[in-house]
Design a protein around this ligand. Structure first.
Ligand code: 5GP
Ligand code: MN
Length: 351
């Protein structure tokens, strides 16, 4: 079982006891793990009688709204209400950064987070955390998700005493959902501790079937129409083991694609025998967002760090290509040429 160092737990417990206002933040474009871990912590702190708010750079996808439930008013979104986001960060005496290794990942919150001089705690599972900027660091890369790491932290806190049943139910649900999405429903980054967590939460009465139904049987039809179109007409499979797909703004508009609706697409081409690495690009106004996934033996993380201004995990990483900088014209055709050239160099030069 994952055991968290008792000195760290004692320090965290003292920090929480001494705090009045707590702010929780996470990376931009929050996914299930980012939102699940944030809500898990929010609900734990609320049960402990603390004032806590989640501050996000931008809104979570509609498909994850079920997780927020009654706590939606405790989530402040900088893109929609910058004053409220600034106020939450600037009045916090304790700040948690979850599921992000550096302040950069919070995009427009970055400067505020850096400037704020309160006590800062990191809980994260990415490679290369910027640990020096935090008073307390919980960082583990051999774990499925931030939600799992937080589960073991909260379980070890005084008051929970190792009993998952003592965690607030809605908080435990959010943690189980976060772990489920970051492992693609137990298909990758799964450790013995991951099954242990799921097992303990099931035994504590958490309704996993309801979580799975909300996560995986509630998509809009357009997601699948776009998936079909991408796989039949758009996906390129190169002769050097890279597959890629690009969703430009015209295609996203045609299929009415919302944030989060292409989640998981990048994994599909890894099912092809000769594919060692798969990339999905999504066009935004000033950039293409890049998702990179690889099979064991090929480092998605190194590729994302070398060519896509990003990083993440060994086999699952992300980054971005900026228009006017990495891509001079900023078109999807240029992005395709860039990917082919760089990934070929990456795989054939043994980088
Ligand atoms: P996704 O492809 O699902 O957006 O992200 C996969 C992984 O890469 C996640 O762990 C995510 O945190 C990380 N990631 C995504 N985009 C970036 C980025 O721009 N920079 C860095 N450093 N990591 C990223
Ligand atoms: Mn994560």
């Amino acid at each position: 079982m994952t055991s968290i160092e008792s000195g760290l737990i004692a320090s965290l417990s003292a920090l929480i006891s001494g705090a009045d206002n707590v702010a929780i933040t996470t990376h931009m474009h929050p996914d299930g793990d980012a939102l699940g871990s944030s809500l898990g912590l929010l609900r734990y702190l609320a049960a402990a009688g603390k004032n806590a708010l989640i501050v996000l750079n931008d809104r979570y996808p509609d498909s994850l709204a079920f997780l927020a439930g009654d706590d939606r008013d405790s989530i402040v979104i900088h893109e929609e209400n910058p004053e409220a986001a600034a106020s939450a960060i600037n009045s916090a005496d304790l700040l948690f950064c979850l599921d992000m290794s550096t302040f950069d990942r919070a995009e427009n919150l970055k400067d505020m987070l850096e400037r704020r001089s309160c006590t800062k705690v990191l809980v994260d599972h990415h490679l290369n955390p910027d640990s020096g900027r935090f008073s307390l660091v919980f960082s583990d890369t051999d774990i499925s998700s931030t939600s799992e790491l937080l589960y073991y932290i909260l379980k070890a806190m005084p008051g929970t005493d190792g009993d998952a049943g003592k965690l607030p139910k809605k908080g435990a649900e959010a943690l189980l959902a976060g772990m489920t999405t970051d492992t693609n429903n137990f298909s990758n980054s799964v450790y013995p501790s991951t099954f242990m967590m799921a097992s303990e939460l099931l035994a504590a009465g958490i309704d996993r079937d309801a979580i799975i139904a909300s996560l995986y049987t509630n998509y809009r039809e357009n997601r699948f129409r776009l998936m079909g179109r991408l796989l039949s007409e758009n996906m390129v499979v190169t002769d050097f083991g890279v597959a890629y797909m690009i969703v430009d703004r015209t295609m996203a508009g045609k299929y009415d694609i919302r944030e989060g609706e292409t989640e998981g697409f990048v994994n599909i081409p890894l099912g092809i025998d000769c594919v060692r690495m798969s990339l999905l690009l999504k066009e935004e106004e000033d950039r293409f967002r890049v998702s990179v996934r690889s099979k064991k033996g090929t480092s998605a993380n190194r590729c994302a760090a070398l060519y896509f201004n990003g990083g993440g995990h060994e086999l699952a990483s992300g980054g971005k290509l900026f228009k006017g900088k990495d891509l001079h014209e900023g078109t999807a055709a240029e992005a395709a040429r860039y990917i082919e050239a760089k990934t070929k160099e990456f795989l054939t030069d043994g980088k």
